[in-house]
Design a protein around this ligand. Sequence first.
Ligand SMILES: Nc1ncnc2c1ncn2[C@@H]1O[C@H](COP(=O)(O)OP(=O)(O)OP(=O)(O)O)[C@@H](O)[C@H]1O
Ligand SMILES: [Mg+2]
Length: 250
Amino acid sequence: MRADLPPPMHSPAPAVVWNLQAVGVQYGRVSALSGVTLRIAQGERVALVGSNGSGKSTLLRVLHGLVPASSGQVQQDGALRQAMLFQRPHMLRTSVQNNIVLGLWLRGTAWRDAKVQARTALQRVGLQAVAQQNARTLSGGQQQRLALARAWALRPDVLLLDEPTASLDPHAKREVEALMADFAASHASAGPAHPVTTVFSSHNLGQVKRLASRVVYLEHGCVLADLPVHDFFNGPLPQAAALFVQGEKV
Ligand SMILES: Nc1ncnc2c1ncn2[C@@H]1O[C@H](COP(=O)(O)OP(=O)(O)OP(=O)(O)O)[C@@H](O)[C@H]1O
Ligand SMILES: [Mg+2]
């Protein structure tokens, strides 16, 4: 007699990292975000696109808990470790290595362990040769790599990046992109079943194609399109988003 086949395995839906319901952010009379409803699950690689002033940085700041919503609701998995790279990374006036060590130490890592982890992180981004140099004397591309190393050393489950390659030359841009791709392919501190989640803003649509799994298009603080990356570049889009894509290509 034939044994019954086991029931098909269903992998559980990935955990939700953020759930935003009709979120608005008001700066005086400027409405930086309005009616943003967004669910981001573990392991997604979300690109935020839109013209200057459309609300990308504000949305990243909301996700990182730096800016409170003026209206609506932000729910977030508080157990996840987060790190954010800002549009202009802030370097402490000390050595490259200490920029990482201090970040770890402030979060409770013993100084000696922090030094070991900092060296590994510097090796990871190819900055070990300048470990003792003052971080403020690094070039723009090197500073961006140091900022990534600093984030990487914290072993975050979630990484937010605001235009991580905006002011870099093509070579540095490729290097930082490769690091971002590596990062997105790694898993979070909880183990292999917990992929890292990344959300980044970018004006570079080639980069969005290469790195994102999903694209959120913002205009005047509103989400006008929210699609898997393939559909964003190949499918029909709302007119404003289609014009933006055409404009950024030329
Ligand atoms: N701290 C602030 N105070 C007042 N207005 C602000 C503040 N931060 C942002 N804004 C306004 O909110 C709107 C959205 O700004 P935001 O920085 O989020 O846009 P962005 O999409 O990141 O633009 P960019 O592509 O230029 O970086 C803009 O009109 C901006 O002037
Ligand atoms: Mg911005």
